[in-house]
Design a binder for this molecule. Structure first.
Ligand code: 3HC
Length: 294
């Protein structure tokens, strides 16, 4: 039986995007947040995205209504009890994730597959909170989820190969391009991306170029859609700092060590676009201005 009922836990930036693409692909989705306010906020952002697709002509009004009809928000974990697959996209904290998966393990039938959208936490360690390490894997989406084609599918040494291939097929059903990878912190993308982003900060610290020139160089010199400092603001400096620390803990290699400027910006709360400032000031979101950081 193909996967039909999907639970998504967390309806923030990633969770709402995941819930949207899964519902658009024809699955029934229950998305859970911890408060009514957060459920409403997440569903509102999905609604905005669907409406934008209708306005652009890439979704008909009927398809939008069908997608809406397949999507339900809740604050109760109980409503995920009869799902075929649960995708977790909550805060990047191991204890919170383990607690959630332990609760889901008691609630869901043995056949339900558990997946985490974590960008850096060990999938194997999360699976230890459950009695189903064979039906547990990583499913890592990229921001913005409705736009980015890639999904990393992450196997642990305990993941059943049949379950792994089933989820690779599921990612294809979502219209995504899956890549197969293993449970090594950062997987493929962040393993390569994080040292690059940290190096851009080091280049700025060393005065190699201004914020704008570093970004311009990688956009125009390498054809990247965003320069590294803009991308850092987009991903979130706090998120990048967290991932870098987890990767440094795992590998003990200087290339993963967060540079002092990143740490200080996170301490100051300058976490990027969502905080209104990072490497750029977003007072006018259409016209970000580089910050004076020295
Ligand atoms: N939600 C839905 N759709 C969005 C969107 C969003 N948040 N942001 C942009 N879009 C859509 C637009 O509607 C537009 O669609 P169209 O082509 O059908 O009209 C399309 O994306 C392009 O958007 P824009 O024309 O407004 O702007 P850009 O051409 O600059 O594209 C971008 C925006 C897609 C975000 C592009 O700049 C980009 O690809 N940036 C790099 C993003 C990236 O690297 N993401 C990965 C981050 S790492 C990560 O997520 C891993 C984690 O573990 C840290």
């Amino acid at each position: 039986m193909p996967i039909d009922k999907v639970g998504v836990v967390g309806c923030g930036l990633m969770g709402s995007g995941i819930a949207q693409v899964v519902a658009q692909a024809g699955c029934h989705v229950v998305v859970r947040e911890v408060s009514d306010e957060l459920v409403a906020k997440g569903l509102k952002s999905i609604e905005k995205n669907l409406q934008r697709l209708v306005e652009k002509g890439s979704l008909t009004e009927a398809q939008r209504d069908q997608t809406r009809g397949r999507l339900r928000g809740t604050t109760s974990l109980d409503e995920l009890r009869d799902t075929d697959l649960v995708i977790e996209a909550i805060i990047e904290q191991l204890p919170a994730k383990k607690e959630l998966f332990a609760a889901l393990d008691k609630l869901c039938p043995k056949a339900t597959i558990f997946a985490s959208n974590t960008s850096s936490i060990s999938i194997t360690e999360m699976a230890t909170a459950t009695q189903r390490p064979d039906r547990f894997l990583g499913l890592h989406f990229f921001n913005p989820v409705p736009v980015m084609k890639l999904v990393e599918v992450i196997r642990t040494i305990t993941t059943d190969p049949k379950v792994f291939e089933e989820i690779v097929g599921f990612a294809e059903r979502l219209g995504k391009t899956p890549v197969r990878t293993s449970d090594r912190t950062g997987f493929i993308v962040n393993r390569l991306l994080v040292p690059y982003l940290l190096d851009a900060i080091r280049a700025l610290e060393e005065g190699v170029g201004s914020i704008e020139d570093i970004d311009k160089s990688m956009k125009l010199g390498c054809g990247h859609p965003m320069g590294p400092l803009t991308l850092l603001d987009f991903v979130g400096l706090d998120t990048t700092y967290y991932i870098a620390n987890v990767m440094f803990d795992e590998f003990r290699e200087p290339r993963f060590a967060p540079p002092p400027l990143l740490k200080r910006m996170v301490l100051a709360g300058w976490n990027g676009r969502k905080a209104g400032r990072g490497f750029y000031d977003y007072t006018d979101p259409q016209n970000p201005r580089p910050m004076q950081l020295k």
